[in-house]
Every structure is written in structure tokens, then in C-alpha cells.
Design a protein around this ligand. Structure first.
Ligand SMILES: *[C@@H]1O[C@H](CO)[C@@H](O)[C@H](O)[C@H]1NC(C)=O
Ligand SMILES: *[C@@H]1O[C@H](CO)[C@@H](O)[C@H](O)[C@H]1NC(C)=O
Ligand SMILES: *[C@@H]1O[C@H](CO)[C@@H](O)[C@H](O)[C@H]1NC(C)=O
Length: 506
């Protein structure tokens, strides 16, 4: 059943593509060179804070540059003259027991090279750039995007354009396709389960306006800018050189987790999607990209339509992988027992995420020294809310405390026994407990509270997933505001409770 679904997805993604109105080619990278905490642009020479899914030149590692990429003996993409590296955060599914499971990436990556604008220029030697912001956790502009014809002022600021350059496309090949970059956040799991049988397509538009001189910049962004309509439009002053436009697409099989309890998060600790981002490091053979820009002006999008390109089979693309650095050889990025590899804590926003939750210099020895912590003292917020709702003289509340001497997130259960309660609502909420030296919990960060199910019983059960995060040197994340849907669930619980009162004549 699942096999059939994947085959269908692969076939369909060859035909259902975004409608671009210029000449372009779609570079398939059916192979993935690897999945690892590597990012030679942001963290050169070091282990990166979070896991990336990497495509392109096989000579990829923590010290990659254009020269070393060009020395690759293979590429995971279709065009053999392209040894560039393309990477984005991997997508994970967060199980309720705290384990993070890598979601299957379907069909590799498609890197679109779009020829928008006048005098389109190839990336200069040594060029690299980032798109998106891993710490972003909210969207500060109108939803949905107003018509592009009405964009002006702050709407066309680089900050706004950068947020609008992300897309999360719900895939149902039997239905009407959503437009590219239509939704700028990751749909929640309920929505994905109900509407997206073919998975989720992550989309990322890179800036295509260049300052004409710098091949990189301190933040790896400020040497480039977006044209005023993200994909098309006019380049801002100082960035008049029009580069070939890059657009990444990856498809993730989110539907494989249908009806499994948990949520999705990007490897950078982002369950919202607003922090989606991508990196590009130029590794094209000298001169080939400009030649392709000048001659591959077909609007079919097929790389086979361009005589400049030497192509290789999908099998060859899939054979290309990078050598895993020995320091990462033992890191399980497929099923990571104690949360996202890093460790990278989940930050729900809407505040800008703090770097302190995930550090490139994380040490497992520091983490495993976290001593026993009683959950009693840290999940009070949740227990009290439930207690208030079912505020009943005869009620007894017991909290079963699961103590742990390891940092493995431990689901804890508090039982509220009430002989008058007939219908109850199961709520679930993630609580991240930051534990300082000596094992003293010093802050908690609370995720969205969600209804898991309702049942007729005499016990209210609150399942709380607690993650332990060691203390870092800067301030902890702000707790997120109470989710309106949780309020509703609590009201419902209250109403149902009152109903049962009446039936019992109280
Ligand atoms: C999930 O997303 C949908 C659509 O955006 C929304 O209507 C629904 O309330 C959300 N559900 C939860 C549990 O957050
Ligand atoms: C967490 O749950 C998943 C799914 O059931 C399972 O595969 C994984 O092994 C569990 N992790 C731990 C640490 O028990
Ligand atoms: C939204 O994110 C920005 C950072 O881009 C932050 O400054 C702002 O405070 C956030 N808004 C809220 C409501 O937290």
C-alpha cells in the first residue's frame, strides 16, 4: 500500500510542477549525498547545530568550498558538470516518547534554474549564499499574501520578501494542485493527515539580485537581495546584477505518519516552518553555467533539451554519497532517541528563536550528567489547568512522577480521578524543561496544547512530553502563548463536566 503511494508520488512529481513563466531548467538531484550535521557555509570546520539533507557534489564536508566541490568524483544530480552543493534542514517526526524520526524524502531534490530578468549572469567563482532564517518562528505580514500588484512599502522590504520565499505545499495528486509559495508555514499534523496523502513539498526561492562584487558576506545573505516580487520584479538599488534564480523543492512523506501521535519539526528545532532555510555553494565546472544560461532557453524545463549538459542516469545520481566525518559516524540521524540530533531543542515561537537551545559545541557528556529530576516540580502549569477545569470537592489528583536519570524525554502522566466525570478530553502538551548545572530546572517552555482524544471514563489523563535541555549561556526561550484551541478544549471539558453534574443531580 505504502509502496504504491510512493511510486505514484514519483510519477506525479514529474508532471505537476510550478508554473514558471520564463525559460528555465529543472535540475533533478535524485540522489542525496547524505544527512548529517554539516554546514560548510555557516559552520566551516565544525559540526553544525542541526541536521541537513544534502544533494549535489560528492566531495561535501565541513570544509567544502568551490574548489573542493569541483574535485568531487561524483554528483547526486543529473548534470555531471554540476558539483554544486544544495542543502536544507531535514524534516523530522517527533514521537510522543521524545524520539525524532527522519521523514522519508521522496525523489531527492529538484533545483530549478530560472532565467528571470535581463542579462542573467552565472554565479561568480567562489559564490555561496543562504536563503531563509533558521531562527524565525512567526510570520509578520498579511495572510494569505495580498495580490502582488498591491505590494508596496514594508511589504516589499527584504525582511518581508525573505519570509514570503518559503513554501509548504500540501500534496494530493488526485486533487487541485496548490500554487507554489502559497503557504509560508508548515501545516499541522491534523491537516496533513486529512488532506495531503502525497506528502509535503518544501519550497525555497533564493535571492537573485547581486551586488556585483562580493561572492559571500558575513551573514551569507547581504551580498544578495530579492527582487520586489520575490521571484520576479525589480532588483533593489545596489543589487542590480541579475543572477540565475534558484528554487529548491523537496518532497517529504509526511503521510507515512498518518494516525501516529506526534508532530513534525524541521531539524533546526522548528515545528512552525517559518525557520525553513537553505544553502547553496557554487561548484559548476568553469564556464558551463553561463553557457547554459545563454543557450538553454527552452521553456520545457527539461535538462535533456539543453545540449550543453552531460547527463547521467538516476542510478548514478543515487550512487553518489559523501564521506561521513568520523566525529559524526556514530550519530543516529534516522531515529534519534532523545529528540532532534544536536541536541536541538524545539522552539515554538512566536518569539525569535534563541541560539542557546542548540549549540554546535554540544557535548553528550554534559547532557548525560543531568541528574534525576522530578516532573512534579516542572509540569505544574498543565496540572493546574486541568485541576481548575474539573474543580471538584471530591476529586483527588495524583501525579505519577516518572523520574529519569537520563536526558531522554519522559512522557509523564497525571491522573485526576473524579467519580462524577463521565466524558473527558485528553490534552497533550510539550513542555521543554531547561535544567541547569546541578540538575535544577530553571525554566520551562511550553508548546501548543492539543486535544488527543475524548473518552467516557472516570479519569482525566494528561500526557505531558518533557524534554530536558542543558543550560546554555544565554536566556531561555519565551514560553509560547496559550493556544486558543487548547482553551476551547478546556471549555469543552468544562461543559461536559457540568453536563454530567446535571445528570447526577448535583
Ligand atoms: C490545524 O490546522 C488547521 C488548518 O490551519 C486548523 O483549522 C486547526 O485548528 C489546526 N488544529 C490544531 C489542533 O492546531
Ligand atoms: C519511540 O517510539 C517510536 C515509535 O513507536 C519507536 O520506534 C522508538 O524506538 C521509540 N523510542 C524509544 C527511545 O523508545
Ligand atoms: C516575530 O519574530 C520577530 C523576529 O523576526 C520578533 O522580533 C517578534 O518579536 C516576533 N513576534 C512575536 C509576537 O513574538
Amino acid at each position: 500500500m505504502q509502496e504504491f503511494r510512493l511510486t505514484a508520488a514519483l510519477v506525479a512529481c514529474l508532471t505537476l510542477l510550478p508554473a514558471f513563466t520564463s525559460a528555465f531548467w529543472r535540475l533533478p538531484c535524485r540522489g542525496r549525498t547524505g544527512v548529517a550535521r554539516l554546514d560548510p557555509i555557516v559552520d566551516p570546520g565544525e559540526i553544525s547545530s542541526h541536521v541537513h539533507a544534502v544533494h549535489g557534489g560528492g566531495n561535501f564536508g565541513m570544509n567544502s568550498n568551490m574548489q573542493t566541490l569541483r574535485e568531487s568524483s561524483c554528483t547526486s544530480c543529473a548534470v555531471t558538470q554540476d558539483m554544486s552543493a544544495y542543502w536544507t534542514p531535514a524534516l523530522y517526526f517527533m514521537h510522543t516518547n521524545g524520539s525524532a524520526e527522519l521523514v522519508e524524502e521522496v525523489g531527492g531534490m529538484l533545483a530549478y534554474y530560472l532565467l528571470y530578468g535581463e542579462d542573467v549572469t552565472a554565479f561568480p567563482n567562489g559564490f555561496r549564499m543562504l536563503a531563509g532564517d533558521p531562527l524565525q518562528r512567526n510570520f509578520t505580514w498579511p495572510v494569505p499574501d495580498p495580490p502582488k500588484s498591491s505590494w508596496s512599502g514594508a511589504q516589499v522590504s527584504q525582511k518581508a520578501l525573505r519570509q514570503k520565499a518559503l513554501g509548504f505545499n500540501c500534496l494530493d495528486y488526485a486533487g487541485t494542485a496548490e500554487a507554489s509559495l502559497y503557504r509560508h508555514f508548515m501545516p499541522n499534523k491534523t491537516f496533513l493527515d486529512a488532506n495531503c496523502p502525497d506528502g509535503l513539498r518544501l519550497e525555497l526561492m533564493f535571492p537573485s539580485c547581486w551586488n556585483g562584487k562580493d561572492v559571500d558576506s558575513d551573514d551569507h545573505k547581504s551580498h544578495v537581495a530579492y527582487p520586489d516580487l520575490v521571484i520576479t520584479g525589480t532588483c533593489p538599488e545596489g543589487y542590480e546584477t541579475r543572477l540565475v534564480s534558484l528554487f529548491y523543492e523537496t518532497i517529504w512523506n509526511t503521510y507515512a505518519f498518518k494516525d501516529v501521535d506526534g508532530y513534525f519539526a524541521l531539524a533546526n528545532g522548528d515545528p512552525t516552518g517559518y525557520g525553513y532555510h537553505g544553502d547553496f555553494m557554487h561548484g559548476w565546472e568553469d564556464g558551463v553555467l553561463q553557457q547554459a544560461i545563454d543557450t538553454c532557453t527552452s521553456d520545457s524545463g527539461e535538462v535533456s533539451a539543453c545540449s550543453v549538459f552531460d547527463l547521467q542516469s538516476e542510478t548514478k545520481q543515487r550512487e553518489c554519497t559523501f564521506d561521513m566525518p568520523s566525529t559524526l559516524a556514530n550519530e543516529d540521524v534516522q531515529m534519534h532517541a532523545d529528540g532532534l540530533p544536536g541536541p536541538m531543542g524545539i522552539q515554538w515561537g512566536p518569539a525569535y528563536a534563541s541560539m542557546s537551545m542548540g549549540s554546535s559545541s554540544s557535548s553528550t557528556s554534559a547532557i548525560s550528567s543531568v541528574p534525576t529530576t522530578s516532573v512534579d516540580s516542572v509540569s505544574i502549569g498543565v496540572s493546574i489547568e486541568i485541576g481548575n477545569v474539573l474543580n471538584h470537592a471530591e476529586a483527588t489528583t495524583t501525579t505519577s512522577t516518572t523520574s529519569t536519570s537520563s536526558p531522554t524525554p519522559t512522557p509523564t502522566t497525571s491522573i485526576h480521578v473524579d467519580q462524577y466525570t463521565e466524558e473527558i478530553v485528553y490534552l497533550q502538551q510539550d513542555v521543554i524543561v531547561m535544567v541547569g548545572e546541578g540538575g535544577i530546572p530553571y525554566a520551562t517552555s511550553t508548546g501548543t496544547q492539543r486535544t488527543v482524544s475524548t473518552a467516557i471514563t472516570t479519569a482525566t489523563q494528561t500526557s505531558t512530553v518533557v524534554s530536558y535541555v542543558e543550560k546554555r549561556d544565554s536566556a531561555p526561550a519565551e514560553p509560547e502563548q496559550r493556544d486558543p484551541s487548547a482553551e476551547k478544549a478546556l471549555r469543552q471539558a468544562h461543559n461536559r463536566h457540568r453536563h454530567s453534574h446535571k445528570r447526577h443531580g448535583h
